[in-house]
Design a protein around this ligand. Structure first.
Ligand code: ADP
Length: 491
């Protein structure tokens, strides 16, 4: 038979039993003491009485000791063991084992505790399952979105572990999803050329961003699906708010590729077209200029002043046309990668002289005074003098054209360091708004509101020519104060 007792009852009963046993022992001893004191010590009844009293005391004492020992072991144990089970259950829950069950019996209060505990565990399990399934659903949702993007995309954490990659990226990288997810991109890059180029590009991009934030990006040629494709690569840093909720922390990078094959093909077609047209135009323009020369020759017959004016205008426009076709041809040379340099040792002053001669007429026309700033000691350049002379001529022509009438222009050179020579053209004209300091080096760009005639090609071609020599072409300009264009070339 089992008695359902709570802790309080158990303690009360145990203490009651102990008190009852003490009372029983004391009353037994008192009774025996009374019987013994009533008996004559020398009478024959004294000894058996004494023995009987001792026997009873021993029996009752023995029973009391047994009951006492039983209470001593049983009661603390029966109080302690449910707590042990409870602590064990709590630990299981803390370790996310929500299947742990508590089975405390023999006490209504403890049964209530285990019932509530089990209910809590079930609720926690349901909540945990729903949170996990929610997270899994969100993850699948994001993966579906990333996979539905038609352009290749790869996500890396700060340790360059691949967190996500879409099918397009797997396709061009020729990799399998299970071989890359949660794997180190650097390790995979050791056996995958394209990934290596992308990872290296990421570091170069960061360096370039610091050096020249808006430098133009070249497209990447990739051979995939049995055809050549061109991709523009974009790197994006992923930053999130840190634990303090204020500072932004970098969490990784995303590499995105944009398929520009179609544009590249159109661009190549455009370049070929411009190149052909410019080339074809050169011959008739030269023929017009030759005819003009003949027309101006007095031996053929004199021209009246009106005809002379017309012939001068035709000459000017033909020269402009010739210079435009020349610029276009130069541009197509750079764009199609057909730019060939024929370097030779050249003194910087020779290039400066050439540029001044080429611009003399124009400078005189606008009353511009051209000054030369040239040091006594300077090294020699090893460049394609035709190309660099063209650049210097173009810079000087800009300085003259964008200066106010009767202005002053300085052209010069200086030894930048042991291995570099800087050549510069400075004007004191209207200057260039800092917003356009990079754009002016892009094809066809002209500062809004520029009234002087031009194509917007000169500076972009100049930069391409200088960069082809391993040099740099930069501008330093302030509105209202003028501009300095500096090209630094290795010597
Ligand atoms: P173009 O002079 O034929 O328009 P460029 O590529 O040489 O083409 O120059 C691009 C633009 O930069 C010009 O249209 C002009 O607005 C601006 N620019 C170039 N040089 C100067 C200069 N020295 N001063 C002021 N603006 C300039």
């Amino acid at each position: 038979m089992k008695f359902d007792m709570n802790i309080k009852t158990k303690l009360t009963v145990s203490i009651g039993v102990l008190v009852a046993m003490i009372v029983l022992l004391v009353s037994l001893s008192v009774t025996n003491l009374q019987i013994l004191t009533a008996t004559e010590p020398d009478s024959p009844a004294a000894e058996p009485g004494m023995n009987r009293a001792l026997t009873w005391i021993m029996i009752i004492g023995g029973i009391c000791i047994c009951i006492g020992l039983w209470i001593l072991f049983k009661i603390p144990n029966s109080i302690n063991s449910p707590f042990k089970s409870l602590v064990k259950g709590i630990l299981e829950i803390a370790n996310h084992n929500y299947d742990a069950k508590l089975d405390l019996r023999g006490d209504k209060e403890l049964e209530e505790v285990s019932k509530n505990f089990n209910r809590m565990a079930k609720r926690l399990k349901d909540y945990h399952n729903s949170t996990i399934s929610d997270l899994m659903a969100s993850k699948r949702y994001l993966e579906t979105i990333i996979n539905s993007i038609n352009e290749p995309i790869v996500g890396l954490d700060n340790e360059q572990i691949i967190l996500f990659i879409n099918n397009e990226a797997l396709n061009i990288l020729n990799l399998k999803r299970e071989d890359v997810i949660r794997k180190s991109a650097q390790e995979i890059a050791m056996r995958n050329d394209l990934l290596r180029r992308l990872i290296c590009g990421m570091w170069e991009d960061k360096k370039k961003e610091q050096e020249a934030p808006k430098s133009k990006r070249e497209s990447l040629k990739i051979y995939a699906d049995n055809k050549e494709s061109y991709f523009q690569v974009k790197y994006m840093e992923i930053t999130m708010r840190g634990n303090d909720g204020v500072t932004m922390e970098k969490r990784g990078d995303v590499i995105m590729l944009k398929n520009v094959t179609e544009f590249q093909e159109l661009d190549t077609a455009k370049t070929t077209f411009i190149s052909t047209v410019s080339h074809e135009l050169k011959t008739p323009i030269s023929a017009i200029m030759m005819s003009l020369q003949l027309l101006e020759d007095k031996r053929v017959g004199g021209l009246n002043p009106e005809q002379e004016e017309l012939s001068r205008s035709i000459k000017e426009n033909s020269e402009r046309l010739l210079s435009i076709t020349g610029e276009l041809l130069n541009m197509t040379q750079v764009e199609s990668g057909k730019l060939q340099l024929k370097p030779k040792i050249t003194k910087p002053i020779e290039l400066i002289d050439y540029a001044i001669k080429a611009n003399r007429v124009q400078a005189e026309k606008f009353g511009i005074q051209v000054e030369v700033d040239y040091p006594e000691k300077i090294g020699k350049l090893f460049v394609d003098s035709e190309k660099i002379a063209w650049v210097l001529t173009n810079l000087l022509s800009n300085a003259v054209r964008y200066s106010s009438e009767a202005g002053r222009v300085v052209i010069g050179a200086r030894q930048q360091d042991d291995n570099h020579i800087a050549m510069f053209v400075q004007d004191f004209g209207k200057g260039i708004d800092p917003r356009y300091h990079e754009s002016i080096f892009e094809h066809y760009f002209r500062v809004p509101g520029t009234k002087v005639q031009g194509t917007g090609l000169g500076l972009s071609i100049s930069r391409d020519f200088v960069e082809a020599h391993g040099g740099t072409l930069t501008v330093d300009s302030e509105l209202g104060k003028g501009s300095v264009f500096t090209m630094v070339l290795p010597c």
